[in-house]
Design a binder for this molecule. Structure first.
Ligand SMILES: Nc1ncnc2c1ncn2[C@@H]1O[C@H](COP(=O)(O)OP(=O)(O)O)[C@@H](O)[C@H]1O
Ligand SMILES: [Mg+2]
Length: 398
């Protein structure tokens, strides 16, 4: 592979496959560090293509398009986990440095393989099984009890590949709705329905030289399967649980040789007998993650800068929080297509509010931005973040 054209000053070019908001939010830190950025975008008006001058349009499933894109990049990373195996293999064969590597990424792409691997390395997971037949479903339900949580192993996001089912028929109906043959070739992932106290996430950055940095464990709040709020750090988290959850995240990152920013979604649970707090792992994401958006304003090093550092094998920045609490609220699309008019009111009402919008066309329920607010009074921060997100969504009018 020939060396790509360096940005002026000898700065490398980081290529990102996919032009969504995660790629877009790398643009700020890349510009500050004078690191070159190039994005393989779905469309000329994709969220990242609007702000990254080098944003060729191409399909992430098209081997030739992706190889041509990678030729102009020093390292290549991802905005999403949907790049197919044959494209990843072609990039590896062409000598393109990929972060994360396909060997690691597969555990974020395929929830069955993730469950198998985490079980092998002794990380606590919900009871789970792979099922291809009704008998296998019944056998698992006999072990853990109905209802079950059924998941398509590949391709799900924002709860779209997840369904709580009470009977085999209900499972079958759902599979008929979502059941493209591709994702279900290996059968379905079944899990016990975990009675969790709350959802947590551990966010880690790991570099190819094996430096790792962990942000504090956060609480994530999901509404209809979509993350709507993040509290950083997770309020009143048992210090012992914070330590073991972080240790588990670091161990997974090292065992799976993850590079870049990496999120472990977890459930906080109570031991049935002792009542002691512990965790089970829900799933992995190998890229900057919604649970880390708070860090853009709430930590010394935000996740997008850290991701650039990690994939370039630069020393990592401090993940230390700047304030006792940061609250992030996602802005979901509402009835108003125009968002800018909301700025005047929100900025006047709350000068401490940090607004991040992604340049996406407003559609009801679509993640179009987020807000962060940091300080000492958690209840006040939550109210302010919720207010701003609801106002942008048009749920409230003042
Ligand atoms: N085994 C489970 N028990 C209880 N709730 C679950 C379980 N698995 C998933 N969920 C709920 O569904 C949400 C989405 O599931 P997840 O596997 O994270 O899918 P996605 O890839 O869409 O994020 C989780 O955040 C959690 O609220
Ligand atoms: Mg999830």
């Amino acid at each position: 592979m020939t060396s790509p054209q360096r940005a002026p000053g000898g700065f490398p070019v980081v290529g990102i496959i996919g032009g969504g908001q995660l790629a877009r939010m790398c643009a700020g830190p890349a510009s500050e560090l004078a690191i070159g950025l190039s994005v393989l975008a779905e469309a000329p008006d994709a969220a990242a293509a609007q702000v990254v001058p080098s944003s060729p349009v191409g399909d992430h499933r098209d081997v030739e398009a992706v190889l041509a894109f990678a030729r102009d990049c020093d390292v290549v990373t991802f905005d999403h986990e949907h790049v197919p195996d044959e494209v990843l293999s072609a990039l590896v064969a062409a000598g393109v440095p990929l972060h994360p590597t396909p060997d690691a990424l597969v555990y974020a792409q395929d929830k069955l393989r993730m469950r198998r691997r985490l079980t092998e390395i002794g990380v606590a997971c919900p009871a789970w099984a792979q099922a291809r037949t009704a008998d296998q479903v019944e056998a698992f339900a006999a072990r853990v009890g109905w209802p079950l949580v059924a998941k398509t192993p590949r391709g799900g996001y924002d709860g779209k590949g997840v369904r709580v089912v009470g009977t085999v028929d209900e499972l079958q109906d759902w599979l008929d709705q979502v059941g493209a043959p591709g994702p279900l070739a290996d059968g379905i992932l079944l899990e016990e329905r975990v009675e969790f106290v709350r959802e947590l996430a551990v966010l880690i950055a790991r570099s190819p030289s094996n430096q790792a940095a962990a942000w504090p464990v956060v609480e994530t709040v999901q509404t209809d399967g979509i993350c709507t709020e993040v509290l950083a750090p997770a309020p009143d988290l048992d210090p012992g649980l914070a330590a073991v959850a972080t240790e588990a995240g670091l161990r997974i990152a090292e065992s799976l040789q993850v590079t870049g920013v990496f999120a472990v979604e977890m459930f906080e649970v109570r031991d049935a007998e002792s009542g002691a707090p512990s965790y089970v792992v829900n799933e992995l994401a190998m890229r900057p993650h919604n649970s880390g958006h708070w860090s853009m304003d709430g930590a010394v090093t935000g996740q997008f800068e850290q991701h650039l550092r990690a994939v370039l094998d630069l020393p990592l920045g401090a993940p230390t929080p700047r304030e006792p609490h940061t609250v992030m609220a996602n802005v979901l699309g509402g009835d108003y297509p125009e968002l800018y008019p909301a700025y005047r009111h929100l900025m006047a009402r709350d000068p401490g509010l940090k607004l991040h919008l992604y340049g996406k066309t407003v559609r009801v329920g679509r993640k179009i931005g987020h807000v962060n607010v940091s300080g000492t009074d958690l209840a006040d921060l939550r109210e302010r973040a919720r207010h701003a997100a609801d106002y942008l969504a048009g749920v409230i009018t003042e």
